[in-house]
Design a protein around this ligand. Sequence first.
Ligand code: F6R
Ligand code: ZN
Length: 186
Amino acid sequence: KIEAGFFTVFNRQENILENYDHYEERKLSDMHRYFAAEDIRQQMALANNEVIYRVYKKTAPLIAGELEQAVTVINPGQVNGEFFMTKGHYHINEKCSEVFFTLKGEGLLLLQKGQETKWLEMKPDVITYIPAGWGHRTINTSLSEPFVFIAFWPANAGHNYQKSLDEPFGRRVFFYNGSYIVSKVL
Ligand code: F6R
Ligand code: ZN
């Protein structure tokens, strides 16, 4: 039973959402098909199959008119020079948009629609908007700090992860010269 009216608290010391219902954890082994690296098994051994990101959720009823929210914490790190990132997805209901509010760290929001790719920088207090129909992935571009943001989206959106494998995002983000480079996928 979902409470009618609730609050959550982001704990910025621990980087968790207090009183979350559940969290999803993505390790390198869950994500090997999403990174560019070919020697991913070697990388997995090297990196000890570390946690790439966690998504903390406090659930709302999954029906039109309700809003879902989640806090995403992407750890700092790279896979063969490619920065840690989310899988990325499209909303199954193509009419559903989304808003991200950045809480900590720095990163990028990568947007994809057909052949069109866009990216936006995210840092604390920056609010980014994902238009309906656009695929979205976030990337932690910091070398040392977790990248944390809260997302709000329509509860009837649904998530399609297969599409971001079948039609990969047009850019990848790598470590370069002490910072990051957004490189075109050929
Ligand atoms: C929800 C949403 C975010 C992501 C989260 C993890 O629609 O876009 O809460 O779910 O940042 O990324 P994915 O879902 O791509 O693993
Ligand atoms: Zn989404």
